[in-house]
Write a protein that binds this ligand. Structure first.
Ligand SMILES: Cc1cc2nc3c(=O)[nH]c(=O)nc-3n(C[C@H](O)[C@H](O)[C@H](O)COP(=O)(O)OP(=O)(O)OC[C@H]3O[C@@H](n4cnc5c(N)ncnc54)[C@H](O)[C@@H]3O)c2cc1C
Length: 317
């Protein structure tokens, strides 16, 4: 397909929440050359731009986006065996993350299996440092390739420059938002390293040491019970972050709610389960306003059962 700029494209079909107005301009990019042309177009129009991956972490206003939406479909992946039990996986940003994970598992490479079943593209994973079941992508990323859409400069960010935090990175800052992520490099391992401390996994595997495929299958199964099928209903998954509080504050909370799941972070703080707080303390599991609900199986998960109104979703958040 040649480079095409479409106009007034409805965005609701590109987001898993299934809401959102129209994009003034919409460009699907399949090559770096397309991306460069899209950058030139955005500069010429002097309009804001938005990079769109799988749309699984986006709430787009009913008024749409009065700028240039760049739909990233640049694909490709490459493995390099380091000969020391590790491999470097380099993936173009438009690849579907879960397809990449399935591929790593089939090759017997360890690292990404706990992140199975998370929707979206590889290019979006560094932005909020995607994480689940005790693993964050930042633990595996060694570098992120970018293209600055307005200056046209290509820059490789080493992991240390990405400023990864809990669901956070440099790419979420005002300065970072100018960069389009074009590829991500992960370091994986052939040496077995099952991460199964998370309660749901620990329970399943008890005394057994699972392989990557068993972990992936367990996670796909667990997640299918906690999340609605995003192909069928509108959802952006866990819409709320788990709060991080001081150890002293967590001790007070735990004295009232001894079952409250808590996880100590590396910097001495404590992450508490907001799912528990919403469910057991606030009694909000299943809470519904119109078509929007805190999912009956997991209160952290926001579900849209048919609203075409982004404001209705925003209200409940
Ligand atoms: C059912 C469900 C379950 C989920 N579970 C989890 C989970 O367990 N853990 C978790 O961390 N997240 C989870 N998510 C959230 C979401 O899947 C991730 O944040 C995912 O990485 C978003 O990818 P995407 O391609 O859909 O990004 P989009 O929604 O398209 O974009 C998200 C943001 O990233 C920007 N962006 C996207 N691609 C690029 C790029 N190449 N360069 C620069 N900016 C870019 C966009 O502009 C936007 O600001 C879940 C979502 C759903 C619907």
């Amino acid at each position: 397909m040649t480079f095409t700029v479409r106009e007034n494209v409805p965005l609701s079909q590109y987001t898993t929440l299934k809401v959102g107005g129209r994009a003034r301009y919409f460009i699907e990019v399949k090559t770096m050359e397309d991306l460069e042309k899209a950058g030139q177009f955005a500069s010429q129009t002097a309009l804001p731009f938005l990079v769109l991956g799988g749309g699984s972490n986006l709430l787009i206003s009913d008024h749409g986006f009065a700028g240039v939406v760049i739909f990233n479909q640049i694909k490709g992946r490459e493995y390099k065996d380091n000969g020391d039990g590790t491999s470097i996986l380099s993936v173009q940003a438009g690849e579907v993350f879960d397809e990449v994970i399935a591929d790593t598992v089939s090759r017997g490479l360890w690292g990404l299996e706990n992140l199975s079943s998370i929707p979206g593209t590889v290019g979006a994973t560094p932005i909020q440092n995607v994480g689940a079941y005790g693993v964050e992508v930042s633990e595996l990323i060694i570098a992120v390739e970018t293209y600055h859409l307005l200056t046209g400069i290509k820059k490789v960010f080493e992991k240390s420059e990405c400023n990864f935090g809990y669901r956070d990175s440099f790419f979420k800052t005002t300065e970072g938002k100018g960069y389009v992520i074009t590829a991500v490099h992960f370091k994986l391992s052939t040496i077995p390293a099952p991460k199964i401390k998370y309660a749901d996994l620990a329970k399943r595997f008890n005394e057994i040491k699972p392989n990557q495929l068993e972990i992936r299958e367990a996670i796909v199964d667990i997640r299918s019970k906690k999340f609605p099928d995003w192909h069928l209903v509108g959802t952006a998954g866990s819409f709320f972050k788990n709060p991080i509080i001081s150890l002293a504050e967590s001790e007070i909370l735990s004295s009232f709610y001894p079952d409250l799941p808590i996880y100590k972070t590396e910097d001495g703080m404590v992450k508490i389960s907001l799912g528990y707080v919403l469910d057991k303390i606030c009694n909000l599991k299943g809470y519904r306003e119109g078509d929007v609900q805190l999912y009956t199986e997991q209160a952290l998960v926001l579900v849209n059962y048919g609203s075409e109104n982004a404001d209705e979703i925003k209200k409940i958040c």
